[in-house]
Design a protein around this ligand. Sequence first.
Ligand SMILES: Cc1cc2nc3c(=O)[nH]c(=O)nc-3n(C[C@H](O)[C@H](O)[C@H](O)COP(=O)(O)OP(=O)(O)OC[C@H]3O[C@@H](n4cnc5c(N)ncnc54)[C@H](O)[C@@H]3O)c2cc1C
Length: 500
Amino acid sequence: MKKFDVTIIGSGLSGLVCGNILSKEGFNVCVIEKHHTPGGNLQSFIRHGHSFDTGVHYIGSMGEGQTLNRYWKYLGITGNLSLQPLDADGFDHIRFGDDEFPIAQHPYGFIDRLSPLFPGSRSVLEAYIKDLQIITEASPLYHLQVPEDNHEQRYRTAGAMDWYRTLGGNVFSRNGRIPLSAVLAGNNYLYAGSEATPQHTAAIINHSFLSGAYRIVGGSSGIAQLLTNNIRTSGGMVLTHKEIVSIRDMNQKFLVESHDGELFLSNLLISSIHPQKTLQMMPENMVRSSFRKRINSLVNTSASFILHLGLKPEKFPYLNRNYYMHNSTDVWRNPPARDTDWPEMALLSTPCQRAGQIFAETATVLTYSNYNDYLPWERTSVGKRGGEYLEMKQSGAGKLLAFVARYFPDLPGAISHMEISTPLTYRDYTGIPEGSLYGIRKDYRDPLMTTLLPKTKIPNFYFTGQNTNIHGVLGVTIAAVMTCGEILGIESLLKKIRNG
Ligand SMILES: Cc1cc2nc3c(=O)[nH]c(=O)nc-3n(C[C@H](O)[C@H](O)[C@H](O)COP(=O)(O)OP(=O)(O)OC[C@H]3O[C@@H](n4cnc5c(N)ncnc54)[C@H](O)[C@@H]3O)c2cc1C
């Protein structure tokens, strides 16, 4: 049996950040990962010589002095990653057929680029930027400050959809076809926008990208490598190929067991994986039945269907921006089943392999997917799902490519090979129920029920990761700081982070 001060289940960004902070603070840490490489959604995979990122395409607030940059400076990542700033005059482009709208960075750029396209919109855009500022200012951890009051709660109990519709629902593009509200929420795939999305989630995410949007040159797995190296350098362990299958409480210590029968004993336990999965591993008497019931009743964010495209040399340009394409201005609709008018939207992103790149080597196309479409294969595993599943994947890929080709007719001819990922792919690689994009769906109509706190009623057992805070690279970094703050004291931890 191996003994540690802290065992961390899962080596996604949150598990690795917790491992970094705690090992830096002198704890004997062990991070345990089921997959063969650390990183969770930060992982990249290689096919036919092309490297593909799985779950991070761009990051926000990474400019000098901005939120993520400062958190990562403390972790030793900032400065060791090569970053590509996305186009300042339109890091995201929102498209509805022939109508195209740039989302520019920095408040003035954002207003100056959009206002000429929407007559009479300047004051609305100014009000939107003001709202973003008010909400982020009310969110202490966004400014590396101790959360002493509960000002931000009011934005967790307001809905993003209503906010956007009230702000820009009556302002239309020059041709009268596109409401400003649909453009402001046109990249809401970033937060799996639904009728439940809290205003707080949309505001923090949008503010962070408007402040400074970047791609990671060479891919997101570089973050996982840096964090893993740091943990090992501080004397901690990151173990892979070890799926945790049981958690037991042993006289105020935790005993976790991996699928191959290895046992790990620790004083503190942090789970970075989905809470429903975590509770399934705990015996009945370890968790109060009301808590188990609450966790099992939570709804997850929608799943996704993704094309990882390897491209022929010099056939398709590198696009230093992302394209969100919609076939309707109702950008808040739930993903339809595949046999109806799916897909209704797509995101196209071309990863950056090196600075100054002219042609894209790979491209990723993402859209929502309805998990129910995959129920017939729910009990199957990767590579063993059968011919019908493969046919369904291929036909889905054909539909999605045809959708994107309406906007980028040269893309299909530039493809040398294609990897297709369904909700089941995500479920099986990251362990996330239903292949959900971002874990638990936070709901402004019931924030207390749908927000998971890092500290639990089980002494010395903590949650972390996208299910405890806002998802995404920034939200998950903050989630890990919140969890470690429960152990180390948030005030002193934030002081150290602020001091770099
Ligand atoms: C398609 C997609 C695109 C995205 N794009 C972006 C983006 O562009 N920008 C952005 O900021 N965010 C993006 N995100 C969100 C972001 O990637 C996630 O919110 C974040 O990485 C989640 O980190 P985490 O540590 O909470 O969880 P995860 O990354 O899910 O990590 C959990 C880890 O636990 C492991 N695990 C699960 N069960 C077990 C077990 N029983 N035993 C041991 N290990 C286990 C998993 O294998 C995984 O490594 C995207 C997500 C997806 C799915």
